[in-house]
Design a binder for this molecule. Structure first.
Ligand code: KMH
Ligand code: ZN
Length: 275
């Protein structure tokens, strides 16, 4: 594959506390500013988790809708809402995320241990997410935390059909304690398993914590795309906290350019993903 690089920024997540990571964007204003700056640097997709007034993760419908509207008004980024939420979020609230009308939404392909917690994704819940997204014209990004989840995706597509737009895009989330490790060997193995999915399936990859750079390099060299951001990485280098999401996007853009796979713009990204 010699295409350009799709760069997704995941600026906030549900796990880091604002008190411990002051640079984390948690208000709508902070998120919009981050989104604009990351778009200017080369990001084309934003993976969004929202926070409440106390900076705690929330799936409040009003906030989700306001966030989608503000990002659309201020950027051309593809807006991808997280249906993963926080590990404590009930399924009904996670399904209701789709009511906020994003361009894309995440759909995690199985249950995984998540540090000391469990990130629960029952089969029937996955089917509900997939079929509701089909009905509403929302493009899924299938989140893969472990290799067997690719087999679950093969089963899902074989049973319920292709996603809206007809293109399949997965994101390997690597290095979560409980999931697959963030190594080149694992990424190569995961990429091999894509042969069992529809032709043309694309992938992004992100490595949590210290696996960030190995995963980024492995993804670029195997034709994959990149997800970066403070949801996954809060340390830039040993002893150096990340200063901003822009710092991580700029680094990814630099690596992508070195690999002669420059960032896709938002129009090219829409075309690739079938948004
Ligand atoms: N916060 C994690 C429990 C997603 O956004 O879809 C799940 C997560 C995946 O971040
Ligand atoms: Zn997420």
């Amino acid at each position: 594959m010699t295409t350009g690089t799709l760069i997704t920024v995941a600026p906030t997540g549900a796990e880091s506390a604002k008190s411990e990571v002051p640079a984390l964007p948690v208000t709508l204003d902070e998120l919009v500013l981050t989104a604009k700056e990351c778009e200017a640097l080369g990001a084309s997709v934003i993976h969004v988790h929202v926070r409440d007034d106390e900076a705690r993760p929330t799936l409040d419908q009003g906030r989700l809708r306001a966030t989608v509207a503000a990002l659309r008004e201020n950027t051309d980024l593809i807006v991808q809402l997280s249906t993963g939420g926080a590990v404590t979020d009930p399924e009904a609230d996670r399904l209701a995320v789709l009511d906020a009308g994003p361009d894309m939404a995440s759909c995690t392909m199985g249950t995984v241990n998540f540090g000391n917690d469990v990130f629960l994704n029952r089969w029937e819940f996955i089917v509900d997410l997939h079929t509701r997204m089909q009905e509403r014209g929302i493009v899924p990004e299938y989140e893969i935390f472990d290799l067997g989840q690719l087999t679950a995706l093969q089963r899902l597509l074989g049973t319920y059909g292709l996603p809206h737009g007809g293109h399949v895009h997965v994101d390997f989330v690597m290095g979560v304690p409980g999931g697959m490790p963030g190594t080149t060997a694992t990424l190569v193995a995961a990429r091999q398993l894509l042969r069992d999915l529809p032709e043309g399936t694309t992938f992004s990859a992100t490595g949590i914590g210290r696996s960030t750079i190995p995963v980024l390099l492995a993804a670029l060299s195997t034709g994959g795309h990149l997800r970066v951001g403070m949801e996954d990485t809060v340390t830039y280098a040993k002893g150096r906290p990340v200063e901003s999401n822009m710092q991580l996007v700029a680094r990814a853009v630099g690596f992508a350019q070195l690999a002669q796979r420059p960032p896709l713009n938002t129009g090219q990204a829409r075309e690739l993903l079938g948004v």
